[in-house]
Design a protein around this ligand. Structure first.
Ligand code: DGY
Length: 321
């Protein structure tokens, strides 16, 4: 009997074919609509493997319905959408897709940093709406990137790749992390700092840490108040790490200079969200890893993890044991 798997969104055909060679596959076919909860509740009962995205909440209540589930393969490096403890309790592997999206996500983070610092989106809109009357000394002036101090919160793979890019801009790089990264310190000349010092000294603060109980609202009113008035906050990790109400106030009251956000507490973010009304906020719809090559690699890795799990092997990228 071939194992039954459910895929919660349309994935590249080549990846689907690989899974179909060994599994009985059912897939939620809609491109832009997440699988409804009631469908997932029904499907999870009789499947051996689940291929899901960060748009699905895999909580304890849902997992209670699973009778034979062996593996939950998340097509993302982050897995805060899954109750890992509940899955572990039931002997279900949870897997993610680390490594393959590192460089692409670092690229986007640096692009967002640059776009925010140099007001690229605002400047482009300014031109298109016919507001450009003449070259003017202080028109649309932004912040310098080269030579500035970059503070990276969370020195994982992506943090390190960001540091590599920042090196090319002659930036001083501070980082805050649960543990010291001595190898990376030597390689990239980065300096460990406690969170408050990093916030006080940085011109750019990039949030690159996983979203956990510990990091929920890590950046709130107090932390934003420590930052320079000229500083820029960039978040390409998870929305809930930064308190959005506090960020809105800090930006509105010019306690910090600007923010670049690829992620939000609720996604998709409401187009009427207060943060979206501010000219000094550059926003993106969670596209950190969105290159064709990387999304294809992520799908392939998620498929490999899924197949290993349903075939009784230990998946290569399990996050629980
Ligand atoms: C992840 O993988 O966790 C990103 O947020 C989506 O690529």
């Amino acid at each position: 009997m071939r194992p039954n798997v459910y895929i919660t969104r349309r994935i590249p055909d080549s990846t689907l074919e690989k899974i179909s060679e060994v599994c009985q596959v059912e897939m939620w076919e809609e491109e832009d609509v997440p699988v409804p909860r009631d469908v997932l509740e029904e499907k999870i009962e009789n499947i051996d493997g689940l291929f899901c995205l960060l748009t699905e909440t895999i909580d304890e209540e849902l997992l209670q319905k699973a009778k034979q589930l062996k593996v939950i393969s998340n097509m993302a490096v982050g897995y805060n959408n899954i109750d890992v403890a509940a899955a572990t309790e039931k002997g279900i592997f949870v897997t993610n897709t680390p490594g393959v999206l590192t460089e692409t996500t670092a690229d986007l983070t640096f692009a967002l940093l640059m776009a925010t610092a140099r007001r690229i989106v605002e400047a482009s809109d300014f031109l298109r709406e016919g507001s450009w009357k003449t070259w003017s000394p202080m028109l649309l002036t932004g912040q310098d990137i080269y030579g500035a101090t970059l503070g990276i919160i969370g020195m994982g793979r992506i943090g390190e790749s960001l540091a590599k890019r920042a090196k090319g801009f002659d930036m001083r790089i501070l980082y805050h992390n649960r543990s010291r990264k001595e190898e990376a310190e030597k390689t990239w000349g980065i300096e460990f700092a406690d969170l408050d010092s990093l916030l006080r000294e940085s011109d750019f603060v990039c949030v690159m840490t996983p979203y956990t109980e510990e990091t929920r609202n890590l950046i709130g009113d107090r932390e934003l108040s420590l930052m320079k008035k000229s500083a820029i906050l960039i978040n390409t990790a998870r929305g809930g790490i930064v308190n959005e109400a506090a960020l809105y106030e800090a930006l509105k009251q010019n306690k910090i200079w600007a923010a670049g956000l690829d992620v939000f507490e609720q996604e998709p973010v409401d187009p009427d969200h207060p943060l979206l009304t501010l000219p000094n906020v550059v926003t993106l719809p969670h596209i950190g890893s969105a290159s064709i090559q990387t999304r294809t690699r992520m799908a392939e890795l998620a498929a490999a993890n899924l197949i290993q799990g349903v075939m009784g092997e230990t998946p290569q990228n399990r996050v629980n044991h």
